[in-house]
Write a protein that binds this ligand. Sequence first.
Ligand SMILES: [Zn+2]
Length: 411
Amino acid sequence: VVVSREASGQRSETVRRANLSTIVRELHLRGPLSRSELVGSTGLTRGAIRGLIGELAADGLVREERSAPIGTPGRPSPLVRPRPERAAVLGLDIAVDSIGAALVGFGGHVIDHVRVDRARGHLRAERIAADLARLALPLIERNDARASLIGVGVAMVGVVRLSDGLVRLAPNLGWQDVPLGELLAGRLNLGLPVTVANEADLGALAEHRRGAAVGVDDLIYLSGEVGVGGGVIVDGQPLTGAAGYAGEVGHMPVNPVGASCRCGSIGCWETEAGERALLRRAGRSGSSDRAAVDAVLAQAEGGVPKALAALRETGTWLGIGLAGLVNLFNPSLVVLGGVFGRMAPFVAGEVEAVLDQRALRGPRDVVRVIPTRLGADATLIGAAESAFEPFLVDPAAWLSPRARPLRLASA
Ligand SMILES: [Zn+2]
């Protein structure tokens, strides 16, 4: 078999791009690493690492620093440090009662971020897109980040079609079939791709990469707010379903004689385990905002029996849905985000007890339920991580021509 020179050239180019991707991903997820550590974690040769780091350094994406001698013999291996100011993304978050924006640099450094509360209730998508642009554009300007921006990621409380960022349904905002990706791309006018995904899916991604679930390949992130969202990671990969709609755990039917849900069904999990259910049980049916939830949590802190009982009953329903998820997905970790993270100290006993009663022994034995580590910003960080993904997959596409290795015209 004769392999043409052209074909083998293409193949080595493919290998080079794949190797660059491996190195860039390592640096993004783990931060500064020595060349020796990169050799160890990527399996590439010292020579290959040296060459590829040289390309990244020539383009300013990394800086090499002499690492401090650590008392061991031998030449210290230079430390390769990602430069967050050289490649950055904009993460945006649309929650039911707030919007947020963050600038995150290569390596995961949060350069700047801002979140503002907004009143709950239905708002037109155009209005929220305009508000987000008003929040994000000054953030970009004051950090002089325009030139280094490589993408925009958006976290959204709703059912989102991944291919184009169409929000099929956001019951708690009153949206149906809103082309959010398109709207935001127009409002921001940055000339960058805008990817939109469900907030709980992005919370899962964030906890997996930067939070409570680093190194854990099978996990469920639950986000509690007005609704209940879920993000599932199986074998290290996000579970998206055919179009990106998977993980709508809040609409699992759990109570056939339950309350009607905003999705049009009856007795969905979020009607029993969500914020409204908690407030109803705490005797605050009319109110539905964060201040009311804060008040119940503060009462529980102070030992008020009614608040504690409301939390315990909500915890029982949380456990019932979780038992089903644990049986289905066999996660080793369940991360409680949003209001569930704050409820965790008061509901952990009920959740564990219900799992003991209702989940199968096998999956029950291996699962731990813990609160979020990233808190309210998990979804924002996930949005930023999703915007980094095309860059991590093929960083060579972002390198300027001067960073490319020299090639002879007719080798
Ligand atoms: Zn529902």
